[in-house]
Ligand binder design. Structure first.
Ligand code: CA2
Length: 148
């Protein structure tokens, strides 16, 4: 059974504690449960992680690339948080790893501040999802299954 790696970036550990109008009231632990259920449905093992550190996310994307080459990883779902809008390092890591990656945002970033409209991730991603709320994670896992 292949692994779906779900990576969450900075401040997503705070999900459910503030700004419920934008991000909803579910916590990151709730998101993990939802992802686990979706992985059971689609025949994946779930590997769910969060880090506030850009370099850690780079390391995990490289690890995923090696796993995909070895046939153990189906791909990555990445909510890079605010690093989405700034991180050339994440862009380069995705390209360098050659990993199948879905960029995901809980909110519709294009309906928000102008600084959220640019993504460093999108040109390196296989697909981009935004604005589906927390259920978007389950939709992304279904999409990953449809790719493989
Ligand atoms: O909509 C998304 O999923 C974002 O990736 C979330 C990021 C934001 O910087 C992106 O522009 C869009 C923010 C994640 C932090 O989430 C919090 C949730 C509750 C309280 C504080 C932060």
């Amino acid at each position: 059974m292949k692994t779906a790696l779900v990576l969450n970036g900075p401040n997503l550990n705070l999900l459910g504690t503030r700004e419920p109008d934008i991000y909803g009231s579910q916590t990151l632990a709730d998101v993990e449960k939802l992802c686990h259920a979706a992985c059971v449905t689609h025949g994946f093992t779930l590997d769910f992680r969060q880090s506030n550190h850009e370099g850690v996310l780079v390391d995990w994307i490289q690890e995923a690339g090696r796993g995909q080459q070895a046939g153990t990883v189906a791909g990555v779902i990445l909510n890079a948080g605010a690093y989405t809008h700034t991180s050339v390092a994440l862009h380069d890591a995705i390209k360098g790893a050659g990993v199948t990656l879905i960029e995901l945002h809980i909110s519709n970033v294009h309906a928000r501040e102008a600084f959220r409209h640019h993504s460093c991730i999108s040109p390196a991603a296989r697909a981009v999802m935004a604005g589906f709320g927390v259920p978007g994670y389950a939709l992304a896992i279904a999409a990953l299954a449809s790719f493989s």
